[in-house]
Design a protein around this ligand. Structure first.
Ligand code: HXC
Length: 509
């Protein structure tokens, strides 16, 4: 009985983290506490906590007199819609969520369990970084966390949610994970803060401008999505979680689909405008083919000329990559290439089939692009598609020109099923550019140029040249796209494809 009472008291103390006052201050900033966040993230009553009573071992700077059970991070496992996940949530009310030796050991424990027991790990970051009083011991702890992030990469999905400060080398743990989410106005990430920048580089910038949610979701591309508050962030992580496999061996989750009937979507027949220079919204195609129109978009505010995310087809998760003609006419550039390559590699690592919609006039021309290494970045996308062994289904809706045709999951990069709509144009380049090169001597004769253009369009700007060669498996009617894709993925379900043995390839980083 006495022991029970002691347990109750110890638990009650641990639940309070850094104490009432600091919890109030956390709430006053519009932030929830670590435990409140976990309550929203996990199924009710499913959280099993570990190491609630752990204490730091530091004796410098009078630290031996200050102890908070749990040492600034809440760890354990629970379920999201019944599926297992490991979690850690840094508790800003305890030493500002700073990472000590023991705090790191708690995170290491759940990281290792996640790998061993085959479930994702979700980290909620809210921390002042390395615990200053512990010096190199806390740096060692951080590095152990990084090492486990690296080992877990491609083994189990890793998700980071930045819900407060994340500064200095500490940002490298989230950066090593698969997805980073941020909360608007209360989270920021940077290597060097505004204070240091002012002294060292004379740059004056606020924390928000330097590393807030808007900056990282739209400019740097470091973060995948941003949410208005902690509650929305937790709800959206749950939504993403439902799309993901638990590990690299179990395959995509399947859930009952209410969208099994063959469907004809007549609206798709008029999606592509008659004028090939007019844009249309690729979102419409993705949402039309997806089960229940549900598209979970990744990096929606970054490199908007390419769309990446997850949908379900007949209940099974599919990764989507699609050119977006509404932005830069759907051209590929450095940022779009990196964004899509990363998404493809995530999908391939976790056996998620890939669906690609192609409408791309080519790589974006420009000195800026060349100087910023578009050759290297474009190669990442090429590499990612060519390396991927998961089922790959591709639909060319309109333009597939030049190098961009090759890159976008073409047959030549081990594409499994490659379809084209009748509106597809597959060629080295568009008619104008081609005619200007081939018929330079006729450039001052508009009639001749018009005739050459018509001839080129007739010969090349259709899907049939590619279909005649077998580079396109079938020219399909837009209205039946969903059914054709669904049947293709069903047929490809048990695909097996080996690549030559290697330790690892040398991705053009
Ligand atoms: C120990 C820390 C701490 C830290 C904050 N605290 N950061 N304790 N180590 N790194 C404590 C504070 O002393 C305070 O304790 C409580 O947390 C809340 O901090 P405040 O400063 O009152 O909060 P706020 O005003 O919201 O500011 C938050 C903050 C600021 C911006 C994070 O605390 C800050 O700048 N901290 C230092 C950040 C930093 O430089 N970290 C090292 C980064 S380098 P009390 O008892 O008053 O509540 C790094 C290297 C990793 O992390 C390398 C890996 C290889």
């Amino acid at each position: 009985m006495l022991i029970n009472e002691q347990l109750k008291q110890r638990r009650a103390k641990a639940m309070l983290g850094g104490g009432e006052k600091r919890i109030e201050s956390q709430h006053a900033k519009g932030k929830l506490t670590a435990r409140e966040r976990l309550e929203l993230l996990l199924d009710p009553g499913s959280f099993e906590e570990f190491d609630m009573f752990i204490k730091h071992r530091s004796t410098d700077f009078g630290m031996e007199k200050t102890h908070f059970p749990g040492d600034g991070v809440v760890t354990g496992w629970g379920t999201i819609n019944g599926r297992k996940t490991f979690v850690f949530a840094q508790d800003f009310t305890v030493f500002g969520g700073s990472l000590s030796e023991t705090h790191a050991k708690k995170i290491n424990k759940v990281q290792k369990m996640a790998m061993k027991y085959g479930a994702p790990i979700i980290g909620l970051a809210d921390s002042g970084g390395a615990r200053i009083q512990e010096g190199v011991t806390s740096l060692a702890g951080y590095t152990d966390v990084f090492q486990n992030n690296i080992l877990a990469s491609g083994v189990v999905p890793q998700i980071s949610v930045i819900m407060g400060p994340s500064a200095g080398g500490a940002v490298y743990s989230p950066a090593l994970t698969d997805f980073i989410f941020m909360v608007r106005d209360s989270s920021y990430m940077f290597l060097t803060g505004p204070g240091v920048l002012k002294t060292v580089t004379n740059e004056v910038v606020t924390a928000e401008e330097l590393g807030g949610a808007k900056t990282h979701t739209s400019k740097s591309g470091v973060a995948d999505r941003a949410f208005d508050n902690d509650m929305e962030a937790m709800a959206e992580v749950r939504r993403l979680f439902d799309f993901l496999p638990l590990n690299n061996r179990e395959g995509v989750p399947t859930r009952p689909s209410f969208d099994l009937e063959p469907r004809i979507n007549k609206s798709l027949d008029t999606l592509v405008p008659d004028n090939p220079n007019l844009p249309y919204n690729m979102h419409e195609l993705i949402e039309t083919v997806a089960d229940e129109g549900d598209f979970y978009e990744i990096k929606s505010d970054y490199a908007k000329n390419i769309l990446c995310g997850f949908i379900r087809i007949e209940g099974r998760t599919v990764g989507v990559v699609a050119n977006q003609p509404m932005v830069l006419a759907g051209c590929l550039d450095s940022d779009a290439s990196r964004k899509a390559a990363r998404h493809i590699r995530f999908c391939d690592a976790f056996e998620i089939p890939i669906l690609t919609f192609v409408d791309v006039p080519g790589f974006l021309p420009g000195v800026g692009q060349e100087h910023n290494g578009v050759i290297n970045h474009g190669a990442k996308l090429l590499y990612a598609y060519g390396e991927a062994t998961v089922p790959k289904v591709t639909v060319i809706t309109r333009k597939a020109f030049g190098g961009a045709y090759c890159v976008m999951s073409s047959k030549h990069l081990r594409g499994d099923i490659n379809y084209a709509w009748p509106s597809a144009q597959i060629a080295v380049m568009g008619a104008k550019g081609a005619v200007e090169i081939l018929h330079r001597k006729d450039l001052d004769n508009p009639e001749k140029i018009a005739a050459h253009t018509a001839d080129y369009e007739e010969t090349f700007l259709s899907p049939f040249r590619a279909a005649e060669r077998g580079y396109i498996d079938e020219v399909i009617r837009p209205q039946g796209t969903r059914n054709r894709i669904a049947r293709a993925f069903e047929m490809l379900k048990d695909k097996q494809l080996e690549s030559p043995w290697k330790k690892h390839g040398n991705l053009p980083l």
